[in-house]
Ligand binder design. Structure first.
Ligand SMILES: Cc1cc2nc3c(=O)[nH]c(=O)nc-3n(C[C@H](O)[C@H](O)[C@H](O)COP(=O)(O)OP(=O)(O)OC[C@H]3O[C@@H](n4cnc5c(N)ncnc54)[C@H](O)[C@@H]3O)c2cc1C
Length: 533
């Protein structure tokens, strides 16, 4: 990079950063620089749908753990976040869900996010979506984010979906249509049997544009400010500290952990905390790093009577066969995202919208920190979480050193209602596994074992086995109250020349996975920056 001035500097090439890099350079003369701390998205695991199971730990993640979770047996829980071009969208489970319209209406009506009601943002979902199967009022077919049906759901996933129906859940062919509740197969951000991350869908088509510069392996260490305005960034690249300037705006898209971390390192955040670490306060903004909101997923795991799940492909000869099938025909188990099926349902009848989401995995031990079945056997996993937890947590700095990991405290189960709803999720999960369609394949449910019977047992189980569902959000929330970090135009309150445009600006978690909602934020943010609203 020889240039020292750009119009826009985008910090973080994840789900939202890739959207913005594409939209801001399309049909415009604006010079845009995208800086990403991770490397290029070249590893084959990223692009094979099944590769998700190899990506929740290792070099394409930041290696975070939570601080000890007070309400979850003081466990320090692994906290995977993407560190690679595409960010979370390059390592996620490829589940395509949008959330309930009521989530966005709550943002607009109750949480100060004027302009973000469902009827106002739906066009951005539609603009982003390139659905190969579904169309009509609820779907887009021409957008950069490729979305498709699972090519061939595993036998166990089909049995799971039947089991849910035996329990009384209706079959839902489209979780992103008019009705969210029910059970079914997830649609995936997969196109032509390959992952469609934001880097693939948005960034690659823009890479040849003269006005876009993309740098990987670049860790931004500070946002530079002058007279109340963000003017550029300082970053480290190959051991050297450099600076680059933004003539129009700095656009922060480092994710719900990375964005508050970088703001605080730059002296933008709660003054007391920054003083305590010896950081000069540039702008006292108490909401930075507050309100962290995440889904606390609790898994149950069963051993099967035979090799009916994807675990069969752990054996080298089956793995080789699956690889061959994929290479030659783009079919077979490698096209599975593992987390194939699921449900949205109610912990009790008083909830007007689903308050629980389930993820069925046609295998066991696929994710970091999740229990598995005895070695050599095959298993299945079912994960559930409370869709709108009441507890909020924090992101804080460990020190003033940018290389130190931040203190991530999601405060899981910090509200008693979250514990109750979580326990209901686990009970329902066990019931789903106990219906005839799945039961006939199951040798034993190992987690929870048969001693878990009472309400207290289920609550204890949730405390012991819950973990992140990878949906940190809200740590730089938008709104108009004192704890809001950005206004509804995503401008940092009290500072010029900088917006935050990623999952951290959600005022509250949406009731679903968070990739498509974050891409929607990137789409709307691009319009806000370009004045296209
Ligand atoms: C393992 C996993 C599984 C998931 N599964 C699903 C799923 O199936 N479906 C779904 O909808 N959602 C899923 N999610 C969530 C979804 O992917 C995220 O909500 C979404 O990617 C967040 O987008 P973002 O743009 O806010 O942040 P990110 O995509 O995390 O992007 C932030 C980027 O900024 C970079 N960065 C951070 N700090 C700096 C810095 N100082 N300098 C330079 N670069 C920096 C990071 O390396 C990263 O690439 C999953 C997430 C994970 C991690």
């Amino acid at each position: 990079m020889t240039q020292t001035h750009y119009d826009y500097i985008i910090i973080g090439g994840g789900s939202s950063g890739c959207v913005m890099a594409n939209r801001l350079t399309n049909g415009s003369n604006a010079q845009v620089l995208l800086l990403e701390a991770g490397g290029k998205d070249s590893h084959p695991y990223i692009h094979m749908p099944v590769g998700f199971s190899k990506l929740t730990a290792g070099p394409r993640t930041w290696g975070f753990n939570t601080v000890p979770q007070r309400h979850a047996n003081n466990r320090e829980i692994p906290y995977a976040q993407g560190k690679v071009l595409g960010g979370g969208s390059s390592i996620n489970a490829e589940i395509f869900t949008r959330g309930h319209p009521a989530d966005y209406d709550r943002w607009a009506r109750e949480e100060g996010a004027e302009g973000w009601s469902f009827s106002e943002i739906q066009k951005y979902f539609i603009r982003s979506e390139g659905n190969t199967t579904l169309s009509g009022d609820w779907h887009g077919t021409e957008g950069p984010l490729g979305v498709s049906n699972l090519q061939n759901p595993q036998e166990m996933t089909r049995a799971f979906v039947r089991s849910c129906q035996e329990l009384g859940l209706p079959y839902n062919p489209d979780f992103n249509g008019e009705v969210q509740e029910g059970c079914g197969f997830y649609q995936l951000t997969v196109k032509n049997a390959r992952r469609c991350s934001a880097a693939v869908g948005y960034l690659r088509p823009a890479m040849s544009r003269q006005n876009l510069t993309v740098e990987t392996g670049v860790m931004v260490t500070r946002i530079l400010t002058k007279s109340g305005r963000a003017v550029g960034v300082e970053f480290s690249q190959a051991g050297q500290i450099k600076t680059v300037f933004a003539d129009s705006e700095v656009l922060l898209t480092s994710g719900a952990i990375g964005s508050p971390k970088l703001l605080m390192l730059s002296g933008i955040g709660p003054a007391d905390h920054l003083h305590g670490l010896g950081i000069d306060v540039v702008h006292d903004l108490p909401g930075v790093g507050e309100n962290l909101h995440d889904h606390f997923g609790i898994d149950i795991v069963a051993e099967l009577t035979g090799h009916y799940s994807l675990d069969k492909y752990n054996k080298p000869h089956w793995m080789a066969w699956a690889g061959l099938q994929y290479l030659m025909f783009k079919s077979g188990p490698v096209t599975s995202n593992v987390v194939e099926g699921g449900a949205f349902w109610h912990s009790d009848k008083s909830q007007s919208v689903p308050d629980l989401q389930f993820h069925f995995l046609a295998g066991a031990g696929a994710e970091e920190g999740v229990p598995s079945v005895p070695h050599g056997s095959s298993g299945i996993t079912l994960n559930s979480y409370t869709l709108r937890p009441k507890a909020r947590g924090t992101v804080r700095l460990r020190s003033a050193n940018p290389n130190d990991t931040p203190l991530v405290d999601p405060n899981y189960l910090g509200h008693p209602d979250d514990l109750k709803t979580s326990a209901e999720g686990v009970k329902l999960s066990v019931e789903m596994f106990s219906q005839k369609s799945l039961q006939k394949y199951i040798r034993k449910i190992h987690f929870p074992d048969s001693t878990v019977k009472s309400q207290k047992d289920f609550e204890d189980y949730a405390r012991q086995y819950g973990r992140t569902s990878y949906h940190p959000t809200c740590s730089c929330k938008m709104g108009v109250d004192d704890m809001a970090v950005v206004d509804p135009q995503l401008r940092v309150r009290g500072l010029d020349g900088i917006r935050i445009c990623d999952s951290s600006v959600m005022p509250s978690l949406v009731g679903s996975n968070t990739n498509a909602p974050t891409i929607m934020i990137g789409e709307k943010a691009s319009d806000l920056v370009r004045g296209n609203t």
